[in-house]
Design a protein around this ligand. Structure first.
Ligand SMILES: Nc1ncnc2c1ncn2[C@@H]1O[C@H](COP(=O)(O)OP(=O)(O)OP(=O)(O)O)[C@@H](O)[C@H]1O
Ligand SMILES: Cc1ncsc1CCO
Ligand SMILES: [Mg+2]
Length: 266
């Protein structure tokens, strides 16, 4: 299944428009290219309407948010929704400041098909927790602590919510799928989460909305698997980043079929 998904995505070579943070741009674009998608980082408000119209999917990331960028993000999210194109939200550091948290909640209200965050970010968005807030862009919680929050967000906003971590959890509010690929060293590469969110957008581009739970799980599993292969050749975070990109590019049917770890949870 994951192999068919990757082959389908590579064949379609979807154009993924990314409105993302300055830290992530290079790694995100290279992740998309290596996997078989076509990235474009475009955020000027003046070109949002036309760019979203030619994109196959949109990735919106709040990492280095400013009021100007937020206006572009809102225009893009609304335009994507109007044109029925999938868009994915990465609520980076939601919970760290009230500006970020409320911006991400405003974006959620514009109807992303998928939201992918770490556990602290998902907890912050649901406001359903008395746990201490997130540190910044890194998580202070495990995905299992955020599963209830993820389910309630998915129900409220009619979207798929993915919580990343050692075991990623993906839910549409009813079903829960877990993905066990990945290596802990991924937490030591900045923007690995941002990049997997863009990969999720690439898979969402080639599946209808009712299959976005599966599309999201495939992207998380393949990125994690590339991390596992990359780690076997790496000596630290910098070489893992490089090896991960090579591994994503080289994924073949045998490796994907034997390496992907996706299961139905509850
Ligand atoms: N302990 C771990 N073991 C295995 N894989 C992990 C672990 N922690 C994170 N990952 C994987 O690393 C990737 C990034 O997830 P993470 O939760 O670190 O994102 P993030 O906090 O949003 O990162 P960033 O903000 O730097 O982009 C995901 O593919 C996730 O599955
Ligand atoms: C470090 C950092 N700061 C804002 S965005 C970002 C990339 C990881 O989310
Ligand atoms: Mg993140």
């Amino acid at each position: 299944m994951a192999w068919e998904a990757l082959a389908k995505m590579r064949d379609a070579n979807p154009l993924v428009q990314c409105i993302t943070n300055f830290v992530s741009m290079d790694f995100m674009a290279n992740t998309l290219l290596a996997a078989g998608a076509s990235p474009a980082m475009a955020h000027a408000i003046d070109e949002i309407d036309e760019f979203v119209a030619i994109a196959d999917a949109l990735c919106i990331n709040a990492g280095t948010l400013s009021p100007e960028w937020l206006a572009s993000m809102k225009a893009a999210g609304a335009r994507a929704r109007q044109l029925n194109k999938p868009w994915v939200l990465d609520p980076v550091a939601a919970g760290a400041t009230s500006f970020r948290t409320s911006a991400c909640i405003e974006l959620l209200a514009l109807g992303p098909s998928i939201v992918r965050g770490n556990a602290s970010e998902i907890l912050a968005l649901s406001r359903a927790s008395n746990l201490p807030p997130t540190k910044g862009v890194d998580s202070a919680h495990d995905p299992s602590q955020a599963l209830g929050a993820a389910k309630s967000l998915a129900e409220k906003y009619h979207c798929v919510v993915a919580v990343s971590g050692a075991v990623d959890l993906v839910t549409d509010g009813t079903r829960v799928v877990s993905v066990s690929n990945g290596v802990p060293m991924l937490q030591k590469i900045t923007a690995s989460g941002c990049s997997v969110t863009a990969l999720i957008a690439a898979f969402a581009a080639v599946y209808p909305r009712e299959q976005h739970l599966e599309a999201c799980a495939f992207a998380l599993a393949l990125f994690g698997l590339a991390g596992e292969i990359g780690m076997s050749k790496a000596s630290g975070p910098a070489s893992l980043r490089l090896q991960l990109i090579d591994a994503l590019h080289g994924l073949d049917q045998a490796t994907v079929s034997s390496g992907v770890k996706i299961s139905e949870a509850s």
